[in-house]
Design a protein around this ligand. Structure first.
Ligand code: ADP
Ligand code: 5GP
Length: 202
């Protein structure tokens, strides 16, 4: 069975990464699967442990780190986040592509460990639209919104290792563009391997 690839989806807070990934999975459930990360932040209203994140204490996070359970971790917005190796392996072993919806430093670290991981950066149509979306989501306090806004420019600075840039203006179009990237990346192959498949030799 062909093993899936790892796709990282990043972009500034509020750009619509979560919305886009959920819609991609809803429309194309066979294409890929997302993973559940660990975080030390408190759940937002409606967030469920084990579904949106594994919500853990700082001490629990430290234990998991010491046990080398993470593919990558990051400190952001005064909280810690980490991608579990077991979550990624579970999806790859099932022959599916993995989608990691993580921030940019995490993306760069994934690329260092998995060289054929594909990094996709989601852009807002304008910076004003980005602010509207963060405020409109209504899940952060004013202080948290200011902190996230202050970091937007820095977040763009971290886009260098990213290979694909998708504007999330019309959601359906953005979903189709991400799907196109995943499909095209799945068609990449080494010509020698292709020949071996047909003739049993290089
Ligand atoms: P992120 O996961 O990047 O922080 P979210 O998925 O939570 O962002 O989206 C932030 C807000 O923007 C949400 O209220 C969501 O409904 C809205 N949103 C997402 N995509 C679009 C879009 N294409 N057009 C308009 N609003 C959008
Ligand atoms: P939020 O608190 O809004 O859910 O997430 C804040 C940021 O952390 C988002 O950019 C999100 O993509 C990122 N994030 C979530 N889980 C992980 C993770 O496991 N690793 C990294 N590096 N970033 C993560």
């Amino acid at each position: 069975m062909k093993r899936g690839k790892v796709f990282v989806i990043s972009g500034p807070s509020g750009v619509g990464k979560g919305t886009l990934c959920a819609e991609l999975m809803r429309r194309y459930p066979e294409l890929a699967a997302t993973t559940v990360s660990v975080t030390t932040r408190a759940p937002r209203p409606g967030e469920v442990d084990g579904v949106h994140y594994y919500f853990r204490t700082e001490a629990q996070f430290d234990e998991m780190l010491a046990a080398e359970m993470f593919l990558e971790t990051v400190n952001k917005f005064t909280h810690r986040y980490g991608t579990l190796l077991s979550e990624v392996e579970k999806v790859l072993d099932a022959g599916k592509n993995v989608i990691l919806e993580i921030e940019m430093l995490g993306g760069a670290n994934v690329k260092k460990r998995i060289s054929d991981a594909v990094l996709i950066f989601i852009l807002p149509p304008t910076l004003a639209a980005l602010t509207d979306r963060i405020v409109g989501r209504g899940s952060e306090t004013e202080a948290q919104i200011r902190l996230r806004q202050a970091q937007v420019e820095e977040e763009f600075d971290q886009a260098d290792p990213y290979e694909y840039f998708v504007v999330n203006d019309d959601l359906a179009e953005a979903v189709e563009n991400v799907r196109a990237i995943i499909v095209a990346e799945g068609l990449k192959a080494d010509g020698k391997d292709v020949k071996k498949n047909y003739f049993g030799r290089n």
